[in-house]
Design a protein. Structure first.
Length: 345
């Protein structure tokens, strides 16, 4: 891991998010300065800056975190200052006390830091009267409220595109894995090819987790979002689709593992294995179809058919050789895949 990775993100924050944070900070500074004259509205500006988050729901949570942290920090600083006066040593004591109080209350790391920072700022700015403490709390509430309003009114963020992208990648890779396994069943494989097949199948797990996390983030972004009605159906369809695809990912990895463990060169000569390979290709078609019908294109090539290919269960004769364990395992996994892809009703 490079040094730059500790302070640089993989991609930039959207410029719109930067603009909204700037608007919220400037507005909070001006409004708080007008309503509560006398002190620079530092607390309001900081609150507004921190509250503008990637989603409205996160903004609301950050506003609560910020407000509670400031109120507790201001109370601690005011109490210590009234009891012991003001000097640099008292500021250090207040920081330590604020951290201990936050720890005792089992506060989150963000809230705990906010308590300590607020206590430090109150004492460092040189005022500790009750009126000053009340003004700083009100100032923070003003900044937090403005941050929420700005994030809600100016194109409130909806994380649908990342969910759609990750789900498309998962669907495309799942279909490709089915095709690769089908090709491997049809002809003899070298040890290196078998290892590659297994590694490629295992890559679907992190892709599935990424798609699930992206959909969850999209669902979270709709909470308290005025634009949620326009996207709720899309995310509901994505959630339904990943719930269908997720078991198939498990089955395909299991089938690949069974093929890897029980492989021998004579497998390709089994008529039953050839028939299973054909069904796997049909399943790959139906995975692409399911993703396509959800308006999520897994790859640029057009579908050869919009009719599901797994139209009937595969009926086969018992294997002619000693491959019945592998064939039975593949058949059971194929049955489960078919159950996810085919609607028999």
């Amino acid at each position: 891991m490079g040094i730059t990775s500790t302070f640089r993100a993989a991609k930039r924050v959207p410029i719109l998010q930067v603009a909204k944070a700037a608007v919220a900070t400037i507005t909070a500074w001006l409004v708080a300065g007008w309503l509560i004259p006398g002190q620079l509205p530092v607390f309001a500006a900081i609150a507004a800056l921190l509250v503008v988050q990637p989603s409205v729901n996160q903004s609301f949570g950050k506003a609560i975190e910020r407000s509670i942290g400031v109120i507790l920090g201001v109370l601690i600083a005011t109490g210590i200052s009234l009891a012991f006066g003001q000097n640099s040593a008292i500021i250090l004591v207040a920081i330590v006390v604020a951290m201990l109080v936050a720890w005792a209350l089992k506060m989150t790391p963000g809230t705990s830091n906010q308590v300590a920072i607020s206590a430090m700022l109150v004492l460092a700015l040189g005022a500790s009267s009750p009126e000053y403490a009340i003004d700083r709390v009100l100032e923070t509430l003003i900044g937090a409220l403005i941050g929420i309003v700005v994030n809600t009114l100016i194109v409130p963020p909806v994380a649908v595109a990342p969910a759609r992208r990750d789900l498309a990648l998962l669907g495309g890779e799942l279909a490709a894995s089915l095709d690769r396994l089908a090709s491997a069943l049809e002809k003899p494989q070298s040890p290196a090819k078998l290892q590659q097949l297994m590694l490629e199948a295992r890559l679907m797990r992190p892709m599935r987790d990424a798609a699930d996390a992206a959909i969850a983030a999209g669902e979270e972004s709709l909470t308290l979002n005025p634009r949620r009605s326009a996207h709720r159906t899309d995310l509901a369809e994505m959630r339904t689709l990943i719930e269908r695809l997720s078991p198939i990912v498990t089955q395909v990895i299991g089938m690949t593992r069974a093929f890897f463990d029980h492989y021998d060169d004579a497998l390709a000569e089994e008529p039953t294995v050839q028939a299973i390979a054909e069904q796997l290709r049909r399943a790959a078609h139906d995975v692409r179809l399911a993703v396509h019908l959800a308006d999520i294109e897994p790859e640029p090539e057009p579908l050869t058919s919009v009719v599901p290919a797994l139209t009937a269960p595969l009926v086969i004769a018992p294997p002619r050789s000693g491959h019945w364990i592998l064939v039975g395992s593949l058949m059971e996994d194929l049955r489960r895949i078919r159950g996810e892809l085919v609607d028999d009703e």
